[in-house]
Write a protein that binds this ligand. Structure first.
Ligand code: FEO
Length: 377
């Protein structure tokens, strides 16, 4: 069940969705009871309610995650089935009351590992906090070996494909999704992956994007993104107002290429921040390149530093380059914005006005340092 949202272009009023998204819900009928797993964003409530017209009995509404793109239609479903109970985690219960004003009497909480029988089908609930809020859980259907994962393993991709058949397209969408939604919690996801290794899984059914009938495809991708060391790659968010910083960016990219280091530059005035986030999944080094606006970095570079800090990628090194007219506190402001990153800051290269030979030599030294550090990864 659920709805495809081909037209949506922003999530959380922040994240670009070039391929839309979906809000998947799943109806599971047992010999005695019937359960609905998750609902849909309120924008698509009519789609879900039309699907439920053929469903006369609903005993359980399993809420795996309280964020409104999955829970926003819960009140309408409860109204339609007055005897249905919500099944959720103890942490989710007060959140459902706060965010949706659900009657607490209609909520039953389940502990990690607890089971629920529908007669000839049995769910086991797996608490999995921080994928993507603190209250989240997964649901394992023993018969059929289906793992329902809500946000985890999802992709912002609207498609008529039920399963991930166009692997290349789904991989890109799932990686964008991981970068923006899951990467801040990668150390916790590591534990979830270990826990899931104990389950025999034939199908992974997320609540965004297509299902996976080849679970290894997405599990291996997550292991790579979460566990493997970063790559010999520099991500370079930049802005140039009058060309000086652009000269530095071009020189650094060339100097890095000469030393065997790949760079992905992003002009932050035009870039899709999802592409920047995807590159942060793999990169070992970030270089922020900025002109000085008044006495600090360009606002678009402030935004990129803030976002990088929030996403907590596997970066090992960072540097700042740029130009200024008379003075500035660019370096202090960017390092302050990215203070949560556990990495080594390399010497900045800031030049007054248009770069001179000495500035370009300093960029060569920065490229040399990055290449040498990457070799040790
Ligand atoms: Fe798809 Fe965290 O909601």
């Amino acid at each position: 069940m659920g709805a495809q949202d081909f037209d949506r272009r922003l999530f959380d009023e922040l994240i670009p969705l070039p391929d839309g998204t979906s809000y998947n819900a799943y109806l599971v009928k047992g010999s005695e009871k019937t359960a609905l797993i998750d609902t849909v964003d309120p924008e698509k409530i009519d789609v879900l309610m039309a699907q439920l017209e053929a469903v006369t009995q609903l005993d359980f509404l399993i809420v795996q995650h309280v964020e409104q793109d999955h829970s926003g239609s819960v009140p309408a479903v409860l109204d339609r089935y007055p005897n249905a109970k919500i099944i959720t985690t103890p942490k989710a219960k007060p959140m459902l009351v706060d965010h949706l004003h659900i009657d607490p009497e209609r909520i039953v909480t389940v502990e990690d590992g607890e089971t629920l029988s529908l007669g000839d089908r049995t769910f086991q609930f797996i608490h999995a906090p921080w994928v993507h809020w603190p209250e989240t859980m997964l649901t394992y259907l023993r018969e059929g070996k289906v793992l329902f994962t809500c946000d985890l393993f999802g992709s912002h991709l609207a498609t008529t494909d039920l399963y991930a058949t166009d692997k290349k397209r789904v991989y890109e969408a799932a990686k964008r999704y991981y970068a923006e939604i899951m990467m801040p919690f990668s150390s916790i996801i590591k534990g979830h992956l270990e826990k899931l290794a104990r389950y025999e899984i034939e199908t992974i059914a997320p609540s965004h994007g297509p299902l996976y009938d080849d679970p290894a495809f997405i599990l291996d991708a997550y292991r790579h993104w979460v566990l493997d060391p970063p790559e010999n790659l520099v991500v370079l968010p930049y802005v140039s107002m009058h060309g000086s910083t652009q000269v530095m960016v071009d020189h650094l990219i060339s100097a890095l290429a000469d030393r065997g280091v790949r760079t992905e530059p992003f002009n932050m005035t035009v870039t899709d921040i999802g592409k920047l986030a995807i590159t942060l999944v793999d990169a070992a080094t970030v270089v922020f390149a900025t002109p000085t606006l008044l006495v600090g970095p360009h606002p678009s570079i402030i935004s990129s530093a803030y976002l990088t800090n929030a996403l907590r990628p596997k970066l090992k090194y960072a540097a700042i380059i740029g130009s200024y007219g008379w003075a500035g506190k660019t370096v202090e402001q960017i390092t302050g914005l990215a203070s949560s990153l556990k990495l080594e800051w390399l010497d900045p290269v800031m030049c007054k006005g248009l770069p001179r030979k000495a500035d370009l030599k300093a960029l060569n030294r920065l490229a040399e340092t990055i290449a040498s550090q990457h070799q040790s990864l």
